[in-house]
Design a protein around this ligand. Structure first.
Ligand SMILES: [Zn+2]
Length: 137
């Protein structure tokens, strides 16, 4: 009986949910990143370039691991707190012109998960971290 339940446990996959490529301020291309991470045993990577909505489906290339859509937002909110927020999921129509808070709302409305990124580096307070109902830190 125990064995039967053990078979129902999900597999675990190794991935990185915050990566920058040459599409923004990273130093490696998507193929280079995929080769490097696959060689280290990773199964998936999210594309989280700054203000670049990724399009994994439209990429057309074959990679040795799974790419997943995402992007990173950055900027200040209305109170002057600076944030970096990783959006996990496919989004469309989000650009820097609409501003950080509107971009977070739009990403959430499209089903993306919002992850507060490197809050210590941004000097975010606990209040900052609680302000927007982030899905993770
Ligand atoms: Zn960042």
């Amino acid at each position: 009986m125990l064995f039967r339940y053990a078979n129902l446990l999900p597999d675990w996959y190794k991935g990185n949910t915050h990566i920058h490529s040459t599409a923004s301020d990273g130093g490696k291309t998507f193929p280079e990143l995929a080769e490097m991470y696959a060689g280290a045993g990773y199964d998936f990577l999210f594309r989280t370039d700054h203000w670049v909505e990724s399009d994994v489906e439209g990429d057309g290339a074959v990679y040795p691991l799974l790419w997943v859509d995402g992007m990173e937002l950055d900027g200040c909110d209305h109170g002057g707190s600076e944030y970096h927020v990783v959006c996990l999921g496919k989004t469309r129509g989000i650009t820097g012109e609409i501003g950080l808070v509107a971009a977070m709302e739009a990403a959430r409305a499209q089903g993306a998960l919002l992850i507060l990124a490197h809050p210590r580096w941004m000097d975010n307070s606990q209040d900052d971290a609680m302000r927007y109902g982030f899905d993770g830190v």
